[in-house]
Design a protein around this ligand. Sequence first.
Ligand code: ANZ
Length: 800
Amino acid sequence: MKKYDPKKIELKWKESWDNSSLYTAEDYSKKEKQYILDMFPYPSGDGLHLGHAENYVATDIYSRYKRMQGFNVLHPIGWDAFGLPAENFAIKTGVHPNKKTHENIDNFKKQIKSLGISYDWEREIDTSSSEYYEWTQWWFLLLYKNGLAYKKRAKVNWCDSCKTVLANEQSENGICERCKNEVIQKDLEQWFFKITDYAEELIDDLDNVDWPSSTVASQRNWIGKSEGVEFEMPITGTDEKLDQKLLVYTTRVDTVFGMTYAVIAPEHPLVEILKENIKNKKAVEDYQKASAKKTDLERTELAKEKTGVILKGITAINPFTNKEVPLYLGDYVLASYGTGSVMAVPAHDERDFEFAKQYDLPIIESVSGGDIKKEAYTRDGVLVESGEFTGLSSIEAREKMAFWLEKKGFGKKKINYRLRDWLVSRQRYWGAPIPIVYDPQGNAHPVPEEHLPWILPTDVEFKPTGVSPLAASQELLERTEKIFGKGWKPEVDTMDTFVCSSWYYFRFADPRNIDKFASPDLIKKWLPVDMYMGGAEHTVLHLMYARFFTKVLNKLGVIDFNEPFVKLRHQGMVLAEDGRKMSKSLGNVINPDDIISIYGADSLRLHTMFMGPLEDMKPWNGETIIGPRRLLERIWQFQDKVSEDGEQNQTLLHQTIKKITNDIETFSYNTAISAMMILANDMEKRKSISLSEYKIFIKLLAPFAPFMTEEIWHELKKHGSIHGMDWPFFDESKTLENTITIAIQINGKVRDDMKIKRDLSEEEVKEQALDREVVKKWTDGKEIKKVIYVKGKILNIVVA
Ligand code: ANZ
């Protein structure tokens, strides 16, 4: 037998598969469908890394297996091609992002093909192509027409030295990642999607998805449902009651008798309204300016020192006690959450506790259970010093107090969500242009659909100037005036790339449609996605936004499902050999190409799946890959001793089919590979191997090592591709061992056990048992009254 030569084999089959329709999903087949999707990658300049490889191989095994089971499998891939890195590269080198992005895509594609991933390449999509972003723009208009896209002023992170907007990740503790200068908050008019309209459903429908529980928990957390009450506190000036009320939101109204002050966010409109009555105006204004520089994250971080300034000359009244409390500005209260103001209870809230210590404010206990001299007691308890509510439990008190507020007309129950509307404007070049134009009065109008795609202009500079790059495009301005009239202006922001990835799984159903984002028939045919696989990091937002888009279509009656991804699984991160995260700057990145060129793709595939449970984080080990490689070599060599009438081990074979089948269903690939090793060890010991058993083994291995198994299939002179063959069946009865052990009881007590052939008759079992030395000892000289046999388990002998 010739030697196993992965290089040659892999090159040959890669080309052959490229020219076949082996992996093509069939739009009009009657077979049952399976839509198996990988989170599509951003084609970065660094190329494919081992984490991608692990992801793609895992779903590829599943896809190949489902195809062999007779499913009509849709397993597509595309490119999340817009985004910042290509633009930054352009700023540095002047190379147009389009050029660089496409070079990267070519490289990714080459790498993916080397891994033997069975994508349906006819459905490849690229979010930066106008064929695709035309529909991203269409989605924007759909949301706009349904009142789900709107414009408002909002803060962005701004670096004045780079003259650019920064994403939150690029501003670390208020310092620009690139130039290390201070990041400031700048107010800009921006577009938002009204995802908050769907907060309730986004939480409730999590009950119906088959997702990892930690991911469900992060979705819940991000939406942050909170149940509390909203109530009014009258406001007093130095001498008189003012005609103003402060509306506060609290989840702990049961603590209200412990309120010793109230706080409003520095941006709260009341500050402006009460200006005349504030006695320390200058200090208040200084404080407002200082907090405008901070991000929400910095303001609310528990570890950060709490700051504030008192509003001199103004107090608020606690409606439960009718007593006055001082009013503060404090930037740990956010303008964008709840009502932007809080009743502060230092005895029972950590932030208020810190603040009170800082400004020497009273700390009054109203719920017993803790030691408030040391720290805030934040849990529930029994109310103390709380008027008519004293003695109630926190839970009861919250109900009764809400009722009291409602009766008096001071307030009501309220549900709040932490989820904010989605800010989609980016002051960037490399993204889908927002399809909006402004009339000479500055009113926004949607670009009519007939003008889509609203093309991304190319006559721009990439160097940041302080305004969106598209503002410099003469072509875009002329285009706008030509279509809409003199004095009209285009929107110059582009869309967040998360918009492109919120609907891409629809496009794969019908990727070349030029009339619709996808036809209703094909959406019905393929969606929802049956199995979605990707890393757990960074996916909270993507999953949230994709779910939102699906829910919008569902509400509009376009589709009849309301969750896009029925089943979701995460592969664990592959760490570097040193146990650290692979990163360019640490110089510990492993390129899958290098591994493939030494060991072959099949070995790499097997090794990444054998390193440990798929969902676990695990370090790469470059030495142990030799194990999977040797396994493949041995299976290859078996060809030498295969014959029609070769030796069999039916029991082990059926056990192996069963094990691998069940393991693939649950993505327990490492244990599936162990089962293959056991079967290989058994075959190794035999003088000859039955051809039919060997063929089954090759089929079981095919999803894992698609190149080598295809070559062996061919060598065995079999027709067609192994990847089009049927998945092996197992016979449950054949998986059982031939011999079993039964217990022997004498008068109900176990006295012995005995190995027997599984299919022995009752008579034969009895005979053998009574012949055993131990049994004789207990029965000698006694009368055997009865013998009861529970098949395969127990033989009970009753003696007098
Ligand atoms: C008084 C109180 C007493 C509170 C107590 C807590 C414990 P979640 O669960 O996140 O909704 N809060 C309300 N609006 C705020 C804002 N705009 N910025 C910062 N904090 C705000 O939390 C609601 C609680 O967070 C509210 O309940 C309020 O503090 C605070 F022993 O009111 B609580």
